[in-house]
Design a protein around this ligand. Sequence first.
Ligand SMILES: [Zn+2]
Ligand SMILES: [Zn+2]
Length: 392
Amino acid sequence: MKSLFEEASTLFPHTQQLRRDLHRHPELGFEEHRTAGIVAQELRALGLEVSTGLGKTGVVGLLEGAHEGPTLLLRFDMDALPIQEETGAEYASTRPGVMHACGHDGHVAIGLTVARLLAYHRDEIFGKVKFVFQPAEEGLGGAQAMLEDGVLESPHPDFSLALHLWNEKPVGWIAATPGPFMAGSDVVEINLRGRGGHGALPHQTRDPIVTAAQLILALQTIVSRNVPPLDVAVLSITQVHGGDAHNVIPENVLLRGTLRTFSKSVRELVLNRITQLTDHLVHAMECEGEIKITDLTPPVVNDETMAALVAQTAREVLPEVIVDTSYRTMVSEDMALLMERVPGCYFMVGSSNPERGLIYGHHHPKFDFDEQALIYGTALMSAVALKRLGSK
Ligand SMILES: [Zn+2]
Ligand SMILES: [Zn+2]
């Protein structure tokens, strides 16, 4: 097994060349035509059965092992972000205002290298590996679109794996946490309606601005006073829109925010309190309020057996590794939608390098990662796949 790290290292020049090419040519969600073309071409060249156009620009490649067995789904996201790159790297984006600032270029390069590596090991595989290259992960609904186009059909996978390069931690760090790992995400929207009027004659109005101010503060008590202290939730109000003139009290104020939770019960508790606080406060202030909740993604919950396999394999295969089995984060991932249907493990691969200044976080214009992390990601995912499908 140790040799898988060496095999991934041998293939690194290819991985790096793929990653840098993708980095130079980033594409936004559902527009990954060039990227999908490269993916399909690479997978076909390796002898995989390839389907394109799932979820608009998604690609699926099926690798048949030499022997009968279950199907393992491996998922890689492909989209970039609407950010102007400021890294100054020689392989920087050539497209103004678009940048691979989350590392999905690295994910595609890892995915294609894993496909190459597993194709070499086809004789040892009992089952099938379903490579899923997903569009539009950045809040745009790529996983849902692929589900609607049948990504989990023929064959239906038995297990799944996905990874994210993670610049919060250095190369050599791996997170493989059993149970809840990434938070579920809801958009919270509250439209407050009052009665507009002259800013100098407030007694003739029902001021939605003052109501909004009180409601924003009241909402802060949900996490601090209602959620049990050993549970977790985040409720951030991130948008406040109201008013167009200094002397006019507006009719409406729109509040928008994000809710992150790990469990159904905490999510329901927070949503109930949002409704109660809004209804009562709005009533007290003689305004009206309308709440809209949009469920974006459920939490990513790792299967205990798969997470244990990833952790154990990381210790066996990767040099100088730190395996963290208790890490959790409030960011969200639409891989959760696939993992609700197919048990699996979403793991993270540390990718920062403070000595080289590669420390900026995901979605920052200076985001860049240490490409050594590509070897760690490739070796670990390949090794877990070979272990899971390595015998009858
Ligand atoms: Zn991102
Ligand atoms: Zn990402």
